[in-house]
Design a binder for this molecule. Structure first.
Ligand code: GLC
Length: 744
């Protein structure tokens, strides 16, 4: 293994251990208390700490398992954690049973899916990622953590770190798109936001890196389907966000439903021990996804729940979510010496240590109580949600400067999401109170005046409304501009929502056709949690703005953007294909041995389609502004460096338009010749730059040896010498470039 690799691994180990390891004095004190407690525990009670159950009114986020009397299991010390408990009152109810009615009074750890906000809902994560604003993303996680803590939740099942190039897979809405570099930056920001730098702070909660691993690459985009890829592909494209989150100190990991190299993640010792613990130095605890232990029977690698439990124990998976195989078979497996007491102790120790770190033993009710009354919906946090939502919106088309609106127009707001309070927030909104969400109509009327905005539903997401189109056309004819909401409802976002078509439903397209015939300018507002094939819409609309499922403050955020009060700065973090036939399609594909040289290149024997371009409709990193940005004078300040040295590149960016705006300056790298095939280009730097109209600034980037490293033919993460191309620009098609060389 090369020196650079050893250094990187040691650095990862040290940084992680200083947060959750046995090196700090605080941790030594914690493990002392853990060990003293474990000496009093029976084997059954230790296994009980490894079992997570739902409550009587829990939100069920998976196949309903057998009915259990959770309170009874808690009394018997057989439930160390709960999920889906939705009120502080219920948290207190179960916590008091644990504290007062179980033998040792060990507090329960309450977890929940706080994916993109708790009470205040931020845009779905694919939307948040389109802001490219790392500080804002971290802030959104911090706010979510504080609200969750006030509701009694000390652990969130987030960040979802699954890279994906599959718009058919509905869970892309929960992730940060297709790029490992950006995904890693966002993952570590969310861990920082949730956990802060001190878990004993009652406003911080445990993060959970999910779904480990490679869940975002299901065959055919069908949820839960097989994942089959080389370890090299996994390490180069899917591992970076997980690794970054672990390096940032993530407290927990969740196993994924899929198999990997033919072994379900939950029983996959290479993933969970060799890679996660030994190589990446993860020292927190691992929880399965919902019922994933017992589902190893469906996978066909366990004949029964007992065999499934053994596989998970052997993979050193600490906690079992919901299917209870651990408490059913754990003692038996130990008695039969199939699982050692040492393993049980090892797994239990990390769970208890985390409860001590959170302060649950010292103040079991520090999370919850009536904190929520004063700590949710804080005005300053609603403003953050509004800011994140407008930064997330991506302007993809804007012909004849249809946007921003001038302010005097009569607006016809039309479509199934125009004034639909329940469809503002996407998936995983368990704590969302829809009555607190502001609809697009409310946001626009507040900005433009009630009399200037009329609203007609026109159709349902998937079906016509009797007379709906006629009513919509009449409204359009009396207006100066049409804002037409199109797309997919919350129910088509998140888990178990795979689609074979990513087109807008026909009922909505019928409405668009009728409105198109009025001749009025049409702005399509695309409400979605995934990339879509918007060819039909683009042919008919004058402008297209992706608003995502924008959350509690969707209405004001939209008004900010369409009015020009905020100049859109969102950039796509996942490719929008021309059509489903191109999928999977992403910017960082490999060159192949027969690359098509250019758009005009029609040489038959090249990697291309017969009747469709290779290029997507909208590339990774793409998004329009109300102004324009020009790039010039790219300089490679260090045209030749030694191994282990960084490269510096600078470029001039000018706001060449008439209004202030924010540009996401993006740097892409290509390793020209390497020991394995490398992507055509890879994002290795970005910076959000606010420029006043006419302002020009020189932006400098550093490309580190780690940025140039990859999983080489020698099976190690390392940098290699050779020549590199670099481009800086507006999106992944950036053309302004330069070269540098790394000497042997
Ligand atoms: C679900 C999801 C996972 C979630 C868990 C608990 O099945 O796969 O993302 O955190 O169950 O709700």
């Amino acid at each position: 293994m090369r020196l650079i690799t050893k250094l990187l691994i040691v650095a990862a180990l040290c940084s992680t251990l200083t947060v959750f390891g046995s090196t700090s004095d605080a941790d030594k004190a914690i493990y002392k208390r853990v060990d003293a407690l474990m000496k009093k525990m029976t084997l059954q009670e230790k296994i009980g700490q490894l079992q997570q159950l739902t409550g009587r009114k829990s939100e069920i986020t998976g196949p309903a398992g057998e009915k259990m009397n959770t309170a009874e299991f808690i009394r018997r010390g057989l439930c160390g954690s709960m999920l889906g408990v939705k009120t502080a009152k219920d948290v207190a109810y179960y916590q008091n049973i644990a504290l007062n009615e179980s033998r040792l009074g060990i507090p329960i750890l309450f977890g929940y899916d706080i994916i993109h906000g708790c009470r205040i809902i931020f845009p779905e994560n694919l939307g948040i990622s389109s802001s490219w604003d790392i500080a804002a993303i971290e802030k959104s996680a911090q706010i979510a953590a504080r609200e969750a803590a006030s509701m009694g939740i000390a652990w969130t099942f987030s960040p979802m770190c699954d890279i994906s190039t599959e718009p058919r897979w509905g869970r892309v809405s929960e992730g940060s798109g297709e790029d490992p570099y950006l995904g890693a930056k966002i993952a570590e920001a969310m861990v920082r936001g949730y956990q802060g730098d001190d878990l004993s702070d009652p406003n911080t909660i445990l993060a959970c890196v999910k779904h480990f691993a490679a869940y975002g690459a299901p065959q055919a985009g069908r949820d839960y389907h097989t994942v089959d890829m080389s370890r090299r592909m996994f390490r180069d494209r899917y591992l970076p966000p997980y690794r970054a989150a672990i390096k940032a100190g993530a407290a927990t990991i969740m196993t994924s439903f899929n198999d990997f190299e033919g072994v379900p993640a939950t029983g996959n010792k290479w993933l969970m021990r060799d890679l996660l613990r030994d190589e990446l130095g993860f020292t927190g605890f691992i929880v399965t996804d919902w019922g994933a232990t017992d589902e190893m029977r469906n996978h066909g690698v366990a004949a029964n729940g007992k065999e499934a439990a053994k596989l998970a124990f052997d993979a050193h998976v600490n906690m079992n979510m919901v299917d209870a195989d651990y408490i059913k078979y754990g003692e038996e497996l130990v008695k039969e010496k199939q699982v050692s007491v040492k393993t049980i102790d090892l797994l239990c120790r990390e769970v208890l240590a985390m409860k001590f770190r959170l302060g649950l033993f010292d103040e079991p009710h520090r999370y919850g109580g009536d904190r929520y009354k004063s700590e949710t919906y804080l005005p300053e946090n609603l403003e953050v949600a509004r800011d994140v939502a407008r930064k997330s919106m991506v302007l993809l088309e804007n012909h004849n400067a249809t946007l921003p609106l001038k302010g005097s127009e009569r607006i016809a707001l039309i479509g199934p999401f125009a004034n639909n309070r329940k469809e503002m927030s996407g998936a995983w909104i368990g704590f969302c109170e829809h009555n607190r969400s502001t609809t697009y109509l409310e946001g626009l009327q507040a900005r433009f005046g009630k009399d200037n905005v009329v609203c007609v539903e026109g159709c349902k997401p998937f079906s016509a409304i009797e007379g709906g189109i006629a009513e919509a056309v009449a409204a359009a004819q009396n207006a100066d501009v049409v804002l037409l909401t199109m797309g997919l409802p919350n129910s088509c976002s998140g888990e178990a929502t795979s689609l074979t078509s990513i087109e807008v439903p026909q009922a909505q397209r019928d409405l668009l056709d009728a409105l198109d015939n009025t001749g009025k300018p049409i702005v399509v507002l695309l409400v979605t949690g995934r990339p879509m094939d918007v060819g039909y819409e683009v042919e008919r609309a004058d402008a297209l703005l992706v608003t995502w499922h924008a959350g509690t403050m969707a209405g004001p955020a939209l008004a900010d953007v369409v009015s020009g009060d905020f100049n859109p700065a969102g950039r796509l973090t996942m490719t929008f294909p021309l059509n489903i036939g191109q999928v999977p399609i992403h910017y960082n594909m490999k060159r192949t041995g027969r690359p098509r040289r250019s758009l005009e290149h029609t040489q038959k024997y090249t990697s291309r389609y017969m009747f469709t371009p290779n290029e997507p409709r909208y590339a990774f990193g793409y998004g329009l502004s109300y102004t324009t940005f020009d790039y010039s004078d790219l300089r490679v300040l260090t045209p030749e460096v030694a191994m282990g040295e960084s490269v510096r590149v600078s470029v001039k960016v000018r706001n060449s338009g008439k209004c202030d705006g924010t540009e996401v300056v993006q740097l892409y790298l290509r390793d020209d010749v390497a020991s394995t095939t490398r992507p055509m280009r890879e994002l290795k730097g970005f910076e959000r730059v606010e420029l006043r109209a006419g302002e020009e600034r020189r932006i400098e980037f550093e490309i580190t040896p780690e940025d140039m490293s990859f999983w080489t033919i020698n099976e190690e993460f390392a940098q290699e010498p050779g020549s590199f191309h670099v481009w800086v620009g507006h999106d992944s098609n950036a053309t302004l470039g330069g070269e540098f060389a790394v000497r042997k």
